[in-house]
Design a binder for this molecule. Sequence first.
Ligand SMILES: [Zn+2]
Length: 64
Amino acid sequence: MQPGLENMTVIGNELALRWTDQLESYFPFEFLRKRCPCALCAGEKDILGNVYGGTVKLGRQAFS
Ligand SMILES: [Zn+2]
């Protein structure tokens, strides 16, 4: 059985997750921001394979 999410909080510049198996995970905001899968950040393809979006430029404030 996969552990569930027990708690999450922000500590400094990281998102801290505690799982029901008592392990903890820490993800820096920059790590998460650069991996955003939304259409604006990652782009999306139409049925013909044309890609739209994915051209967002991230400034320093995106990581703080
Ligand atoms: Zn995004």
